[in-house]
Design a protein around this ligand. Structure first.
Ligand code: GLA
Ligand code: CA
Length: 807
């Protein structure tokens, strides 16, 4: 009797314990889950890009696709927004997210950085690291490493108990992220590995992800190596090198790109469903594991979208990614095609049903945002002195206003500086023009300036660069500002030394409080601002300009602020039924939106994104509040909610093509640096010049393609110096291309954007010869050219006969 009771009491416990603890290993030719062969079918989704109330729905959507794992990044900067202050609550509760995955029978792969890329502000690194000016990011800088370890330990406190060895869902953890695209530093990568191993234990599988072209640079002997590549790629080719080096290693595509991300000012990106599904089918038929990046992209709410480089290409708020599950969590045609294919690989069992959406979609009738508070009402800190960056003013995100009093410049002058990212210039409150980093602008011509005039530069910061060496991306005015003019035949330069630096932080509290300043404190505020101009008034008075001074003061006051329509707008809308909606901002300029205190994201009239996804779980029955911060000013302060997103409407001043005929060189009498024929097929090829050539411009004439009738396409180009090393492409710009497929975002700049999966492509029907000209920024001596055709099977559009010039 006693024995029997004991047996029935202990049995369930042992069963639970057995079920709970498990193993996941890299075995011979396959991964092993609890000792048995296992193919990872992972869905990449990012919990900060999904409102918490929708997490479980999105996990279930992935499950319905036949996925067995979710793959997540940890964005350091959303968890440690201020140095030393960690937040793992609410939408940041990553442990809860993992538990939800487990509850739904999904394993979890964790990618805790410290760097993650992901089209996320600074690739996940916290901006405050930049306060240490000489910091070496992603290297063994002592301060960087110290902060990395503290962060990883904090994440470990949340997740280490959730590894498979501890009965949790976490099967693998990634070490760094695509380090081969950044540098070559095994000791650094090893230190990250050791840190993670210390936290998660020696039994947890650790892996690296890179490209097939660069994974060898930092591949550590004791880590699993996985490859990243996108829809359409030649899969055998992508794993060829890995197979040579580690014939017995299981294969995994750790990021199979379902679509691509969108940038401000360029068309919405899409990738064909068929190519994606075929690629995954091929991988599954060969037992290759994968993570589908993104399976559901979601939204980079608030100021969290990053930017790409070279150049400066900020990402839009939507991270729809043309993924199978769209930005708002619903199945797309791509989803249905993928699901059909995935059903073949589900051990004969039916896939789980597609879950019902958690919320209906609603529309909101047009309404006006009637309250206005001038931008100045958002000013937080003010400091007089030399020019300061955001970081020097201890502000992470937002806008800065810089004021100075000018000397007399009797002629037109050119204002030059490094403005991060969107600068607008005013003389005595009148708008003169903008300097837009997206367009690589660095200067602006100003009219003649009277002594004592007040010059204002308003600089809005966008997302910090998340890829390449340029991630050390300070915001505001970086360095000096100069004014150059020709006066009486001599070029003269002015460099004002004394500036007023004023910060306007991007957060809901600042936006909300700006309206209090409207009521009682606005007059005070105005006075405070005009205080800034006291010196000027004094100067004007002493020069007998009392009348002019009074007129300027009056103008300034009557504008309800100094910079016109720029500033905060508030309105309300009533709902009888709550649901997801897409608020339209087509009539607005540029800025940020807050709904019921939630930061919804950036808006910019240039598009392609014109609506913001507003999840119903953040709306309520009855009165809802919206505040728009517009640093340019709206045409009309109206908003409405539609039932579909608008992600592909550009409103550009000028197209993105490089087809100005004046920029086309006359190569008739030029001698090519090289003439020849490329081989067909995927992969890099190098053309060595007979003798090194000097020139500032690189021109490639593509005389024919491998397959007749193809459009010309080039994925990447490098030039080698006389030492055989690659020349930096940071300063490169596209000077000219005779034909560019702009609709598919295949413009000339794609040949040096560091991405092997993006490419320059000529338009349909345009026949060779084709010409592309790159401005190298300065004269270079070049000994060879490296060329990469498209990564897709058969390298479509690959060039056959070519002529290469340097001039
Ligand atoms: C790389 C990075 C990802 C993401 C993709 C592009 O593969 O590892 O974080 O940036 O590119 O979407
Ligand atoms: Ca490219």
């Amino acid at each position: 009797m006693f024995l029997l009771v004991a047996a029935t009491m202990t049995a369930p416990m042992t069963v639970m314990a057995q079920k709970a603890k498990g193993t996941f290993e890299t075995g011979n030719g396959t991964f092993l889950l609890n000792g048995k062969p296992f193919v990872v079918k992972a869905a990449e989704i990012h919990y900060p890009r999904i409102p918490k109330p929708y997490w479980e729905h999105r996990i279930k959507m992935c499950k319905a696709l036949g996925m067995n794992t979710v793959c997540i990044y940890i964005f350091w900067n959303i968890h440690e927004q201020e140095e030393g202050e960690f937040d793992f609550t609410g939408n940041n509760d990553v442990a809860e997210f993992c538990r939800l995955a487990q509850k739904n029978g999904m394993y979890v792969i964790v990618r805790p950085g410290p760097y993650v890329c992901a089209e996320w502000e600074m690739g996940g690194l916290p901006w405050w690291l930049l306060k240490k000016k000489d910091i070496r990011l992603r290297e063994r800088d002592p301060y960087f490493m110290e902060r990395v370890k503290i962060f990883e330990e904090k994440v470990g406190e949340q997740l280490a108990g959730l590894t498979i060895q501890n009965g949790g869902p976490i099967i693998m953890v990634q070490v760094e992220n695509e380090y081969g695209s950044y540098g070559e530093d095994k000791p650094y990568v090893s230190e990250i590995r050791d840190c993670l191993r210390g936290i998660y234990g020696k039994d947890l599988a650790l892996f690296q992800c890179d490209w097939s072209s660069n994974f060898e640079k930092n591949g550590l002997d004791d880590l699993t190596w996985t490859m990243n590549f996108g829809t359409g790629a030649n899969i055998n080719d992508q794993f060829r090198r890995l197979g040579e080096l580690r014939p017995n290693a299981p294969k995994m595509c750790s990021e199979f790109w379902s679509g691509w991300f969108d940038k401000w000012g360029a068309r919405h990106e899409t990738r064909p469903a068929k190519d994606m599904v075929d690629g995954m089918d091929e991988m599954l038929s060969k037992g290759i594991s994968f993570s589908l990046y993104m399976t559901h992209g979601g939204t980079s709410f608030g100021h969290w979208a990053g930017a790409n480089s070279p150049g400066f290409a900020p990402d839009v708020t939507s991270y729809d990614y043309d993924a199978p599950i769209n930005e708002y969590g619903l199945a797309t045609p791509k989803f249905n095609e993928l699901r059909k294919m995935m059903a073949k690989y589900n051990d004969g069992k039916a896939l789980p049903a597609v879950p019902k959406a958690p919320m209906p979609i609603i529309t909101v009738p047009k309404f006006e945002l009637k309250e206005h508070a001038p931008l100045e009402c958002g000013i937080d800190e003010r400091e007089k002195g030399t020019l300061k960056t955001f970081e020097e003013m201890d502000m992470g995100w937002g806008t800065m206003m810089y004021f100075t009093f000018m000397p007399e410049i009797p002629a037109q002058s050119v204002l030059t500086g490094d403005f991060h990212d969107f600068a607008q210039v005013f003389v005595n409150g009148e708008y003169v023009g903008k300097i837009d980093r997206v367009k690589n602008e660095k200067s602006l011509t100003l009219p003649p300036i009277k002594k004592g005039s007040m010059l204002t530069i308003l600089v809005e910061g966008m997302g910090r660069i998340n890829f390449g060496r340029a991630i050390k991306d300070y915001k505001g005015i970086v360095g000096d500002v100069t004014f150059t003019a020709e006066v009486d035949g001599t070029e003269t330069t002015w460099k004002p030394k004394e500036w007023y630096n004023a910060t306007i932080p991007d957060d809901y509290e600042t936006a909300k409080e700006s309206f209090d300043c409207l009521k009682e404190e606005f007059d005070e505020m105005k006075e405070e601002i005009s205080d800034l101009k006291k010196e000027k008034w004094g100067w004007m008075l002493s020069h007998g300009m009392k009348k002019e001074m009074e007129k300027m003061q009056e103008d300034f006051m009557s504008k309800g602020g100094f910079l016109g329509k720029r500033g905060y707008y508030r309105g309300y809308f009533n709902l009888s039924k709550v649901g997801d909606t897409f608020l339209n901002f087509e009539t607005w300029g540029k800025g940020q939106v807050y709904v019921n205190g939630h930061a919804m994201g950036r808006i910019w009239s240039i598009g392609p994104q014109q609506t913001l996804y507003v999840p119903g779980c953040w709306l309520k029955k009855g009165k809802n509040e919206i505040i728009v911060l517009d640093v340019v000013g709206p045409k009309e302060a109206i908003v409405w909610g539609q039932d579909k997103p608008e992600l592909n409407k550009l409103q550009l001043e000028k197209s993105n093509k490089h087809n100005n005929i004046g920029d086309k060189p006359d190569l008739n009498s030029a001698t090519p640096a090289a003439t020849g024929t490329f081989n067909g097929g995927n992969g890099w090829q190098t053309v060595k010049f007979a003798t090194p050539k000097k020139g500032r411009f690189l021109a490639i004439e593509c005389l024919s393609t491998q397959k007749e009738g193809d459009r010309v396409a080039i994925a990447e180009l490098y030039l080698q110096g006389t030492d055989g090393k690659r020349i930096s492409r940071e300063p490169w710009t596209t000077k000219y291309a005779n034909s560019e497929d702009e609709n598919g975002n295949h413009t000339g700049d794609k040949v040096y954007d560091l991405q092997e999966s993006t490419y320059w492509q000529t338009e349909k029907g345009a026949t060779p010869p084709h010409l592309i000209v790159i401005d190298l920024g300065s004269e270079q001596t070049v000994s060879a050219l490296e060329y990469l055709p498209r990564a897709e099977q058969g390298a479509p559009g690959s060039v056959k006969n070519y002529k290469i010039y340097l001039y």
